[in-house]
Design a protein around this ligand. Structure first.
Ligand SMILES: [Mg+2]
Length: 195
């Protein structure tokens, strides 16, 4: 339930692919293919790197592929002007904590997050994010991963919470239709500002 005393909407942001731009988004269809071949446990939807080699590759991809996303300033302005409270909720696994802390230091000047949460118990990212959105009673959450968007929107938009899931999409998914689909973080900032 949304508390009446709350005046400023709470918006959650994913890190990789939203706050940070990820040029390797093109790898998503490839990753889906890999998962289909190698994941024997069907219940596990998202890949969790557990052995040292997987972790090294995963870590390398994270270190090399990200930079600050365009539109950060606009989101930062919404926070400064008290239009939203921003929460960072990243599905990043525990072994990426050091890299995460480095990024948090770099992002300090761009956005003031009310709170920051990462997936330190290595849960499935979609499950972790749903739990945090419910706990924080967010009004909206910004996510780039279409699988996670589908999971969250089907479970959260119909609930009393009515959290809107904003999808930050990309060129390769341009044919997928979705109600809250945006092609840039700037568009999302504009949409929030127009509310
Ligand atoms: Mg992401």
């Amino acid at each position: 339930m949304i508390k009446e005393s709350r005046k400023i909407p709470r918006v959650g942001f994913d890190l990789d692919g939203v706050i940070l731009y990820n040029p390797l988004r093109v790898l998503r269809p490839l990753a889906v293919g890999i998962k289909k071949v190698f994941v024997k446990n069907k219940a596990r939807k998202f890949f969790v790197p557990t052995n040292p080699l997987d972790r090294a590759i995963w870590g390398f991809l994270h270190k090399t592929s990200f930079r600050k996303n365009k539109g950060l300033r606009e989101i930062g302005d919404l926070v400064k002007n008290k239009r939203i409270e921003a929460y960072l909720i990243t599905g990043r696994y525990s072994f990426l904590e050091r890299d995460l802390n480095k990024w948090l230091g770099k992002l300090k000047t761009d956005i003031e997050f009310t709170d920051i949460f990462y997936n330190k118990n290595d849960e499935q990212p979609n499950v972790f994010k749903q739990k945090m959105i419910e706990k924080l009673e967010l009004n909206a959450f910004v996510e780039d991963n279409w699988d996670i968007v589908q999971h969250l929107s089907s479970r959260l938009e119909s609930k009393a919470l009515q959290c809107k899931i904003f999808w930050l999409s990309n060129f390769f998914d341009k044919d997928i239709e979705y109600r809250y689909k945006f092609m840039s973080l700037k568009d999302i900032a504009r949409h929030i500002n127009d509310q």
